[in-house]
Design a protein around this ligand. Structure first.
Ligand SMILES: CC(C)(COP(=O)(O)OP(=O)(O)OC[C@H]1O[C@@H](n2cnc3c(N)ncnc32)[C@H](O)[C@@H]1OP(=O)(O)O)[C@@H](O)C(=O)NCCC(=O)NCCS
Length: 162
């Protein structure tokens, strides 16, 4: 029998602030998603210092999260993640757009982030939303057998009201 792929429309997802009670699930999703994951303690610290931390829920399932710092007229996306089985349905774009709105609301004029050049899905997502390359951070990421450079990207928020 030939397997069939049926693309169903995505049910409505909810975005809300991350809470301490989410951290075990967030850290589990982080471990599933990255070869060098953040620890649960890092997420705890992000909440403690008041970073913008959001989770995406589909029903009772936590399917994504984002973390962003803001201050001094700029914002920095530090983490953006969608559960593998739920990728390619617009959740990452929705989450990042939400962070962009929050950055503008916080008065940021620029939004920065780093991405592995090898992470084609993320690179395409960022470029599609208007991020442009502003530099390369040499050896920024841990990688199997050494380090990997990061591409530094910037989105100018001034035109969006920042
Ligand atoms: C990057 C990530 C958050 C994208 O989330 P997502 O929900 O799959 O993204 P979306 O469905 O909203 O797709 C948005 C855009 O990303 C790009 N994209 C997504 N998946 C892609 C893929 N497999 N190949 C190429 N481009 C892809 C496309 O430009 C897409 O726009 P389009 O659908 O109009 O073509 C997700 O892949 C992820 O969690 N990866 C693991 C964690 C990670 O690497 N985070 C980024 C760290 S910098």
């Amino acid at each position: 029998m030939v397997a069939a792929r049926i693309d169903l429309p995505l049910p409505r997802v909810d975005l809300r602030p991350m809470a301490e009670g989410d951290l075990a699930r967030v850290a589990a999703l982080e471990r599933e998603s990255y070869p060098f994951p953040w620890s649960e303690g890092i997420f705890h610290d992000c909440l403690r210092v008041g970073y913008v931390c959001r989770v995406v829920e589909l029903g009772f399932d936590l399917v994504g999260y984002g973390v962003m710092s803001t201050g001094a007229g700029e914002a920095h996306v530090l983490n953006l993640c969608v559960r593998e089985a739920m990728r390619g349905r617009g959740i990452g774009r929705t989450l990042l757009r939400h962070l962009i709105e929050l950055a503008v609301t916080a008065g940021a004029q620029d939004l920065f982030l780093e991405v592995r050049p090898s992470n084609l899905a993320a690179v395409r997502l960022y470029h599609s939303l208007g991020f442009v390359q502003v530099g390369v951070r040499r050896g920024y990421y841990q990688a199997v057998g050494g380090r990997e450079d990061a591409t530094a990207l910037r989105l100018d928020l001034r035109d969006l009201g920042g």
